[in-house]
Design a protein around this ligand. Structure first.
Ligand code: DGJ
Length: 726
């Protein structure tokens, strides 16, 4: 059980999670809150000693309360950094007051520790009494996890407006050490999302950010800092931001002189670029959660913790996902009722459970140049509306889903002709189009209300089970001419707030409807959207080999349950790579399985094989989607192998590229099994747990001919399911 306590005498808070501790306290007679410890459990007296002496050298002698306050310090970094006084590092918050004062002078002003259900929350108030500004530092830990959620609430109880020029969610000081910090992060681009990379943190600043008004394809708001960890072992400090708009993570290492030595902190939240937020008297704002996690079990341990915590406390649902069919790659914009019906029949034949019509179903949408904004069914494509297709899909035993991109508009649309002022723009400036589209100013309440009513109407009119919510271009020219003088710079955060509010309202009004988040592939993948959608579209790149690297990156931060992966055609339409059908399936089976190929062009034999593979996936999906994932080998080496474990069930997926010299990759050693237990494969072979973990499991057999499965020279793959013999 997580525990949070406040030692009044010492002025120290300790948040004891499953195995990690987080400690901070009041310093300088209340003029500062300083950080003490984030890492393994260290015990109360060591924490008190660390707080008092910085290095814990006198930890055997507990400081007296008075002595504590005197000793606090010098060395300890600020827990949160409201700009003001002698603070020169990246600030956490900058407030500007109506009389021209631009600094804050905050003092400790009270605290609360509350327990609700399985979570304990600590709130610590800092007050700038002169202006009535209160900054509450909030921390929450759920029982059974080492994830600490942090956020900040800023309240203006003064008589004049306050403008926030920066308001980050949390500041995470990393432990002092001699070695350089390394940071792992996810970068990418369209069709190459979540590429895992690593950099040594320099002296100075290293920033990851999005200024695009969305999470972005380029960087994902997640990191893992370490100084020599590996996949299986070592200390990792990781963080992830729950925000789907512009964000920043700043890693700052300051060389603080010979006595203090260098120190590193990570701070993050809303990107302050071009942003400000005015708080009227009585108003408050709450920043998004910036969650942090300490693990001593390497990168694998850290990601398993992220996965388990997100399944338990972030994702809206935790039942295994239905097998989905999506028609985008098959039909693109050429959507017709007859074509979709044919695909639905074939999708049902191979075992799909949810049939999704992608882009191209609505009025005037024959290509990407027109239609966005006019969310009514195109009568040329569906003369009787969507009802008859939906009825057919249901008769085939599937649920029905529909694609929308509601925050966008084409200039060639009835909506834009009626409301040209509804898009972001600066007066008399170019309105830059991308993919021929403009972004609706969702910060406007009238636009947000229209959008809610439009989707609410669609869900009310048709029997829709699933919405794929896309967002295919970043924001540019973020102007709001009607709000000039009334803090139009708030659009960066208000857009996302209204987006979240709309999805929340839709979910309330239509509780059975499920959602997929999408942004040109994986451009909107973060803890904020994941608390509102069942799954996300991982990438428009459906090449099953490329996908392994994308999925390896995704899995660092996010669980397989939420990772939508389609099997598409070969050669792949994007990369032209040819891969066996089984390989394509096995790659997509590492997440939430979907099929996105043009089934009408698949042979009878391929459809039969697909049906068998879908049936096999249904046997293992609980384990894949809800189990613990072990990345046994790095992606796209000689053999990529991932293992999933849930109770008595084990699933191992392996993939390999064409091999050289007939070389056969060695067996892979499984992990997390009961060594004394015996495990049986579906073909009846029995292995000892200890043998699987020490000798390994052979995924690639001796040369076995050209069955596209264990073929010697081609791409090959294998799925092995084992169950404990009870
Ligand atoms: C981008 C998405 O990532 C694709 O899956 C597809 O929905 C297209 N948009 C449709 O325009």
């Amino acid at each position: 059980m997580s525990d949070a306590r406040f030692d009044k005498d010492a002025g120290i808070w300790t948040i004891a999670m499953r195995s990690a501790w987080y400690v901070f306290g009041i310093a300088d007679d209340g003029a500062a809150i300083r950080h003490v410890h984030w890492g393994p459990a260290i015990g109360d007296s060591a924490a008190a000693g660390l707080a008092a002496y910085g290095d814990g050298a006198n930890g055997l002698r507990q400081p007296s309360p008075g002595e504590h306050k005197r000793l606090w310090g010098m060395d300890a970094p600020d827990e949160y950094v409201p700009w003001g006084g002698l603070r020169y590092e990246e600030p956490s918050l900058k407030a500007e007051f109506a009389d021209g004062t631009r600094n804050t002078e905050c003092r400790y002003a009270g605290q609360r520790i509350t327990r609700e259900g399985d979570a304990v929350t600590v709130e610590v108030d800092l007050a700038d009494a002169r202006y009535g500004l209160t900054i509450s530092l909030c921390y929450r830990a759920h029982d059974g996890f080492d994830v600490l959620e942090r956020w900040v609430r800023v309240r203006n109880d003064g008589v004049a407006p306050v403008t926030l020029a920066q308001a980050l969610s949390a500041n995470w000081p990393l432990p002092r050490q001699d070695q350089d910090w390394q940071v792992r992060y996810l970068h990418g681009g369209w069709s190459a999302e979540t590429q895992l990379t690593e950099a040594a943190l320099p002296l100075g600043k290293f920033t990851l950010e999005s200024r695009r008004g969305l999470t972005s394809l380029n960087y994902n708001p997640w990191f893992a800092a370490h100084a020599g960890a590996s996949e299986d072992a070592g200390q990792v400090w990781s963080g992830a931001l729950a925000w789907s708009g512009s964000w920043k993570l700043v890693f700052e290492t300051t060389a603080a002189g010979p006595h203090a030595g260098k120190r590193t902190h990570v701070t993050g939240g809303w990107n302050d670029f071009d942003w400000s937020l005015r708080l009227a008297p009585g108003e408050e704002t709450t920043t998004p959660v910036f969650a942090g996690l300490y693990s001593d079990a390497g990168f694998g341990g850290a990601s398993r913790e992220w996965h388990a915590w997100q399944r338990a406390h972030v994702l809206p649902r935790t039942e295994p996902r239905p097998v989905l069919y999506n028609s985008w790659e098959a039909t693109s914009f050429a959507v017709t009722e007859a074509g979709q019906t044919r695909l639905a029949e074939l999708a049902a034949r191979i075992g799909a459970e949810l049939f999704v019509v992608d882009d191209g179903w609505f009025k005037g949408r024959h290509n990407d140049q027109a239609g966005l904004g006019d969310w009514t069914v195109d009568p040329a494509k569906f003369p009787d509306g969507l009802q008859s297709l939906i009825a057919r899909v249901r008769l085939l035993g599937m649920k029905f889903g529909l694609w929308v991109e509601p925050e966008m508009v084409n200039a060639d649309s009835d909506l834009y002709r009626a409301h040209p002022d509804w898009v972001y723009h600066f007066r008399d400036r170019t309105r830059s189009e991308r993919r021929n589209q403009l972004v609706l100013n969702l910060a406007r309440d009238d636009v947000a209300d229209w959008l809610y009513q439009t989707l609410h109407g669609l869900l009310g009119t048709y029997d829709i089970d699933f919405i794929k919510w896309d967002f295919n271009r970043p924001i540019s020219e973020p102007g709001w001419p009607d709000a000039v003088g009334d803090n139009p710079e708030r659009v960066w955060t208000q857009h996302v707030r209204n987006l979240y509010a709309i999805i929340d309202r839709l979910r309330d009004a239509h509780p059975a409807v499920e959602f997929e988040g999408c942004s040109s592939g994986g451009g909107r993948v973060d803890l904020g959207i994941l608390s509102r959608v069942e799954q996300v579209w991982t990438s428009d790149n459906t090449d099953a080999w490329d996908r392994l690297a994308i999925q390896e990156g995704f899995s660092q931060a996010y669980p397989a349950l939420a990772m939508m992966a389609w099997v598409t055609d070969s050669p792949n339409p994007l990369t032209s790579r040819e891969l066996p059908l089984s390989f394509r399936f096995h790659s997509a089976m590492a997440g939430s399985l979907g099929v996105g190929g043009d089934l009408a062009s698949w042979s009878e034999a391929e459809l039969d094989e697909a049906a068998a593979l879908v049936a096999a996936y249904k046997q293992v999906r609980r384990t894949v989607q809800l189990g613990t994932q072990y990345r046994l080998t790095p992606a796209r080496g000689k053999l990529t192998a991932w293992q999933y474990l849930l109770g008595d069930e084990v699933v191992v997926l392996g993939w390999w590229a064409p091999r050289h010299y007939g070389e056969i990759p060695p067996p892979v050693r499984l992990t997390g099994l009961d060594p004394a237990q015996r495990y049986q494969t579906t073909d009846g072979t029995i292995y000892h747990g200890a043998a699987l973990m020490n000798g390994g499991l052979r995924l690639v057999d001796e040369p076995a001919g050209a069955d596209g499965h264990n073929g010697l020279y081609g791409f090959g793959s294998r799925m092995i399911r084992l169950s404990a013999v009870r």
